[in-house]
Ligand binder design. Structure first.
Ligand code: PLP
Length: 379
């Protein structure tokens, strides 16, 4: 028997994530209208935690022109799901992976002589290979230097089975509006565009901006923007910047049910390490969520959830698969729903709040939610 990759989404579990796919689609519609350019949406890392298929189908329904994945395997998964839309691999790949990506009809980045050599030796594909020249203008990651772009362009131009599908760069600090580094990156990118134009090359799609670039640096929108986090409804950074367009909202909430509950006597300890000691006789509840689900165990004592419309502390260490919550003063509410991320009773634990508690970023909260937590599409 072959088990579907997302089988957990279909099985019962008292810890789950709700995904509002209609909201994801609406986010893309609104962003495309606001930015005024076609949009590539990054659905790498399990659709930023929302599920590959949920995210891909919702964003395409909302009008996304391209999907972005990190590597060949993620792109292959989309093709297996029957998604025929243009897909760009955002990471660098070794030449052997490039061959597979080309055969799956995925666009990818090239910038090194060995990439050119790999393209020359590539087995013939039914349609031309779609290569995007990647230039490093100040991210210090993938790409050639701007002055090397023309040489790569010349080489690609001479290959009949290759289309120069794009010229791309990536920003390092675009979440700060009008900053010197990003302005410098844009200037170097313009230089790279000019150097290709000088030898008669106009790539199909010139693209540079991630979410923050697209929102805060209109000059960097070029032919297409590559958005990730803002398409999931989250502002790209906690740093001061204009708000995200009206109506663009988060679409993921995280829930668990109390699976057991009891009154513990004063002075009894709770959880591994016996670090939390009950100050009085009081009720605790057990939640079936732990660090294996992506619910962080550090820093200590940082966590709380919403139950019965109240914020309640997690007591003691988080375990791999469970944790204990303070239910002092409540009756036995076994079966009651706790909100780990989202709203209940007029209170909210937002993804920004969780990222601050866990000393990570909002991306880290979302992508950390393990695939074993079922994603349920809200009707
Ligand atoms: C090359 C590239 N473009 C675009 C994005 C989307 O970034 P963001 O989620 O900040 O919009 C990413 C994500 O890391 C990326 O690696």
């Amino acid at each position: 028997m072959t088990v579907p990759f997302n089988i957990f989404d279909t099985l019962p579990r008292d810890c789950w994530v709700n995904i509002d796919t209609a909201q994801l689609a609406d986010n893309v519609r609104r962003l495309q209208a606001h930015i005024g350019r076609p949009v590539l949406v990054a659905i790498k890392a399990n659709g930023y935690g929302h599920g590959y298929e949920n995210a891909a189908r919702a964003f395409l329904a909302g009008g996304a022109r391209y999907l972005g994945v990190a590597n060949y395997a993620e792109g292959f998964l989309l093709r297996q799901l029957g998604i025929a839309a243009p897909v760009l691999v955002l990471n660098g790949m070794m030449p052997n992976e490039m061959v597979l990506a080309a055969q799956a009809g995925l666009d990818f980045f090239v910038w090194r002589p060995d990439h050119i050599a790999a393209l020359r030796q590539m087995p013939k594909t039914s349609t031309p290979v779609r290569a995007h020249i990647k230039v490093d203008t100040g991210m210090g990651r993938l790409g050639c230097f701007p002055e090397e772009v023309a040489q790569i362009g010349e080489a690609l131009k001479s290959m009949p089975n290759v289309t120069i599908a794009g010229l791309a760069t990536h920003f390092a600090i675009a979440s700060i509006p009008d900053n010197e580094h990003t302005n410098g990156q844009i200037a170097k990118f313009d230089q790279a565009i000019a150097s290709l134009a000088a030898i008669g090359i106009r790539p199909e799609i010139i693209h540079a901006a991630n979410s923050s670039g697209a929102l805060y640096h209109p000059r960097a929108r070029y032919d297409m923007v590559r958005v990730g986090i803002v398409a999931y409804g989250v502002p790209p950074s906690a740093v001061v910047g204009p708000d995200i367009p009206e109506g663009v909202k988060t679409a993921l909430t995280w829930h668990a049910r109390v699976t057991s509950s009891k009154i513990l006597p004063a002075n009894s300890s709770v959880s591994y390490g016996c670090e939390y000691v009950m100050p009085k006789d009081a009720r605790i509840g057990i939640l079936p969520v732990g660090y294996a689900d992506g619910y962080h165990r550090i820093p200590k004592n940082a966590n709380s959830v919403l139950i019965e419309g109240q914020e309640r502390k997690i007591l003691g260490r988080i375990n791999m698969d469970q944790c204990m919550v303070d239910l002092d003063g409540l009756p036995d509410i076994t079966g009651a729903e706790a909100v780990l991320l989202g709203k209940q009773g007029g209170k909210e634990i937002s993804v920004g709040e969780l990222s601050r508690r866990w000393e990570t970023n909002t991306y880290g909260v979302y992508v950390g939610i393990s695939p074993r937590v079922p994603r349920r599409i809200v009707p």
